[in-house]
Design a protein around this ligand. Structure first.
Ligand SMILES: NC(=O)c1ccc[n+]([C@@H]2O[C@H](COP(=O)([O-])OP(=O)(O)OC[C@H]3O[C@@H](n4cnc5c(N)ncnc54)[C@H](O)[C@@H]3O)[C@@H](O)[C@H]2O)c1
Length: 251
C-alpha cells in the first residue's frame, strides 16, 4: 500500500471531509492521528473497518485552537505512531449561524473564525515542519475554500482567514521546498457534510446551478485530492492551490 510507511495527522478528522481523508489514508496503509473536539463519529466509522486498519488510527479528543492541547497531542501521536510525514490541516469553519453581512458583524466572531480556520493551520505546521525539514520529507496540505476566491457574500471573515491559508501555503512552500517538504492548499466548493445538510433547499439549488458539474461533491472527492498531494508522486507540486469544486471557480 502506498502509504504503509507513513504517519499522517488530520486535524478535525472526526467527521466530514477530515474523516473521509482519515479513512482514505488508513486504506492506503498509513498510521493516522486525529485531533477533534468529538471522536465519536469517527469511532463509529472505524468500527466498520477491518481490525488491523482501525488499530492504525489514534483519535484524541481536544480543541485545535488550544496551543497546549495541540502540543500534547503531537507529543503523544509521535510517541505512539512515529514522526509525522503528512499533515492535513483540515480543521476550520465559517461563523455558520453567527455569520452574516460584514456591516453587521462583530469582532468576537471574526476572531473565532480566524483562530479556527487560520491559526490552527500555522500552529500545527509550526509543530511538524522542523522535523519534516530535518528528515528531508514531508507533505503539508492546508484546507482553504473556493468561497474565498468567489468572494461569497456573508463570509467576509471566513474568506479572509481562508485566503490567509493560501498566502501561508505559498510562503511556507518556498521555505520548505529545498528540504523535500511540499505545502499545498485544497479549496473545496460545495461538499455534502453536516453544515450542508442544514441549508435551505433554495440555497442548495442555487449552489448546484452555479456549479458547472451540476452536483454537490462528496467528502471523498476532497480526500482523493489530499491523498494525491500527500503522495510521493506529487513531489514536484508545491505552493499550489487546487480547487475541488466542480468548476465553480477556475484559476
Ligand atoms: N463542507 C464544505 O462544503 C466545505 C467547503 C469548503 C471548505 N470546507 C472546509 O473543510 C474543512 C472541514 O469541513 P467539513 O465540512 O468537513 O466540517 P464538519 O463540520 O463536517 O467537520 C469538522 C470537524 O472538525 C471538528 N472541529 C471543529 N472545530 C474544532 C476544533 N476547534 N478543534 C478540533 N476539532 C474541531 C468537528 O468536531 C468536526 O469533526 C473546514 O476547514 C471547512 O472550512 C468545507
Amino acid at each position: 500500500m502506498a502509504f504503509d510507511q507513513r504517519v499522517a495527522v488530520v486535524t478535525g478528522g472526526g467527521q466530514g471531509i477530515g474523516a473521509a481523508t482519515v479513512l482514505d489514508f488508513l486504506e492506503q496503509g498509513a498510521r493516522v492521528a486525529v485531533l477533534d473536539l468529538d471522536c465519536a463519529p469517527l469511532r463509529r466509522q472505524l468500527d466498520a473497518l477491518p481490525r488491523d486498519a482501525a488499530a492504525r488510527c489514534l483519535c484524541v479528543a481536544g480543541d485545535c485552537t488550544d496551543a497546549g492541547v495541540v502540543a500534547t497531542f503531537f507529543d503523544s501521536a509521535e510517541a505512539e505512531l512515529g514522526p509525522v510525514d503528512i499533515l492535513f490541516n483540515n480543521v476550520g469553519q465559517s461563523a455558520r449561524e453567527r455569520g452574516g453581512l460584514f456591516t453587521e458583524s462583530d469582532e468576537a466572531v471574526w476572531r473565532f473564525v480566524i483562530e479556527v480556520s487560520l491559526l490552527t493551520t500555522l500552529r500545527a505546521s509550526r509543530r511538524v515542519a522542523p522535523g519534516m525539514k530535518a528528515r528531508g520529507f514531508g507533505r503539508i496540505v492546508n484546507m482553504s475554500t473556493d468561497a474565498a476566491f468567489a468572494g461569497d457574500v456573508g463570509l467576509a471573515d471566513y474568506a479572509a482567514a481562508k485566503m490567509g491559508v493560501v498566502g501561508f501555503t505559498r510562503s511556507l512552500a518556498r521555505e520548505l521546498a529545498p528540504h523535500g517538504v511540499t505545502v499545498n492548499a485544497v479549496c473545496p466548493g460545495a461538499i455534502r457534510t453536516r453544515a450542508h445538510d442544514k441549508l435551505r433547499p433554495e440555497v442548495l439549488e442555487k449552489i448546484v446551478a452555479d456549479t458547472p458539474a451540476g452536483f454537490v461533491g462528496a467528502p471523498e472527492d476532497v480526500a482523493a485530492t489530499v491523498r494525491f498531494l500527500a503522495s510521493d508522486e506529487a513531489r514536484f507540486i508545491t505552493g499550489q492551490t487546487l480547487l475541488v469544486d466542480g468548476g465553480r471557480w477556475m484559476l
